[in-house]
Design a protein around this ligand. Structure first.
Ligand code: SF4
Length: 325
């Protein structure tokens, strides 16, 4: 008997897998990447969680599918920010069901806890997700199972329902008891992770959606730097520190110039290639204002290697009207 687990790397999905593995069932932990996960590399962490509970890990990239089917027109709307949680969950279950068939597995599990998150995990939302993904009966939620209708795995006796949990609500007490019982180490505290739930990230998304066509290749750029809107056709991103500069330098996106300072220390920046000469002039001023510069001197920047000269603003206050965040 084999089950497919939707695995976020967080505590709840790890515990859900453990409850099923303890019943002698093989579990394949499937981590579905929408492209909007945390900026930290969580691969090592996910591997460690899977090793500790005895599950195999598989990462599945659905970025294209996610942009096309979920992110911009979610049937069930957004949460507080740019997070289409119900549609997102439904998509993940639909993907997991595909994998279940390919892998010859018999059912699905997830770490959702009823009532833990107001929008996406109340009883109606949990049911909506099942209906939308055609997973009704197939998906077992081990942490809340005793409070939910028995699923196929329980009805067929593959899983002993008595050994599952009946957790409801936001308290983490029972989860922490389970952590102690299992001896799980270095688990992550819940929440966080998904950038779509972040208020500032949502501002950047709303801006790019208003002025541009958002594509998978634009996702990395959304994660780093100060974002500034210079005009309808010109968006500027300026690294805030050495780490962000490093990330921006690595981005391969033909829609943008890579800009660096010449002869002075400065941030790495990127500007949409649709920018007009006036936009470029403004971008140059803004970038130079983030450097140790003087407004009465000329400095040189390289836009994809092409040199452009300019001077900074007198103060960063003058940049504020352009700042998305
Ligand atoms: S928090 Fe992010 S990843 Fe999780 S369901 Fe919502 S949109 Fe999807």
């Amino acid at each position: 008997m084999k089950a497919i687990a939707l695995f976020s790397g967080g505590l709840d999905s790890t515990l859900a897998m453990k409850l099923i593995i303890d019943q002698g069932i093989e579990v394949l932990a499937v981590n579905i990447s929408t492209g909007f996960g945390s900026t930290k590399d969580r691969l090592e962490h996910m591997k460690s969680m899977c090793e500790q509970v005895g599950a195999e890990l598989k990462i599945v990239d659905i970025q294209n599918e996610y942009l096309q089917d979920v992110l911009f027109d979610p049937k069930h709307g957004y949460g507080k920010n740019f997070n289409p949680c119900i549609d997102c969950h439904a998509k993940m279950f639909a993907v997991a069901k595909r994998i279940m068939k390919d892998e010859g597995a018999s059912f699905l599990i997830s770490g959702e806890v009823m009532g833990q998150r107001p929008m996406s995990q109340n009883k109606d939302a949990l049911q909506t997700v099942l209906d939308e993904s055609n997973c009704d009966g197939l998906l077992l939620r081990p942490l809340s199972a005793k409070m939910l209708t028995p699923t196929i795995a329980e009805q067929n006796g593959w899983v002993n329902r008595d050994k599952l949990e009946g957790i409801v609500g936001r308290s983490r007490d029972r989860q922490l008891e389970l952590v102690q019982e299992i001896g799980l180490e270095n688990f992550e505290s819940p929440g966080g992770g998904c950038l779509l739930t972040d208020e500032n990230f949502a501002k950047k998304m709303l801006d790019i959606v208003k002025y541009d066509t958002f594509e998978v290749r634009d996702i990395p750029l959304m994660k780093y730097g100060r974002h500034l809107r210079i005009s309808e056709q010109a968006k500027l991103v300026v690294g805030r520190n050495k780490e962000e500069n490093g990330h921006l330098q690595m981005i391969d996106n033909e829609k943008y110039y890579h800009i660096r300072t010449l002869g002075i220390a400065g941030p790495h920046a990127m500007l949409t290639k649709t920018a007009t000469p006036q936009d470029k002039e403004m971008a140059t001023k803004i970038i130079l204002t983030y450097c140790k510069t003087s407004p009465d001197q000329l400095y040189t920047l390289a836009y994809d290697g092409v040199e452009v000269q300019g001077s900074p603003f007198i103060s960063r206050e003058e940049i504020k009207p352009y700042s998305i965040l």
